[in-house]
Design a protein around this ligand. Sequence first.
Ligand SMILES: [Mn+2]
Length: 275
Amino acid sequence: MGANSLKYAVTSSPGDSLATYIIGDLHGHITDYTRLLIAQGLCDDKLRWTGGEHVLWQIGDFFDRGPSGVACMDLTMSLQAQARDAGGDVNALLGNHELMMLCAHRFGDRQFNGVTVRDIWLQWGGIASDEAGFGKAHEEFIRGLPAMVRLDTNLLIHADAMLYVNHGITLDSVNASFSALLEEEDLDAWMATLNGFGEHMAFSGPNMSGSKRAGQFLKLFGAGRLIHGHTPIPYARGVDAAGVTRAWEYADGLCVNVDGGIYMGSPGFVYQLDD
Ligand SMILES: [Mn+2]
């Protein structure tokens, strides 16, 4: 077992009453992020961590489509330092928009299929002011993000997509593969992975095929329930975003989608694990 397995496979002690909170895809919506954190008692209006020893995970996709992904990441980094001082933690998963942001930062002027990487990023919803504000600290933070985490029997991944199994069939090997990708100079490797994130709703197929697939996926990674973002609930369910105020459990209870679709107009929500 490597350091990552200790860090990213967490088993809580019996009887502890500490909560784990999860917030879905922010896509630059810093005002909603701040409001949700304050309402949950995780920070005050001066943006000081008030969550004590509780734990917060952000499911990935800080960037693109909304006002300031950089502000969302800055706040997360600040709260992470404060929470760790208090015996708690704040962390995040690697989302495809973090990958795309870093890819644009590194290879912006390079061509891919006759288009610059920067233009591909802008087509994906890239926000020009994020490009200006993105620096070394953000790059380092993204480098430290796991693609997959197991918290007791819950498996956290960003996307409801099968691409993870192309990267490995154990938690450690998946995370090692994504870490290696972040150091990769081969643009094709980045684009192949980003392309894999084009898949959505891998676990919601008809006639129980989704739950069967979810069960196999969970068994592979030694978990009983899958928590993900990436596919906005209003899109997945065909409902109005403004009314989406809680996580969506599906696939026979095996999967929980925590992406309320803030960028589509959902007020968002904080999901408490084993609530
Ligand atoms: Mn995503």
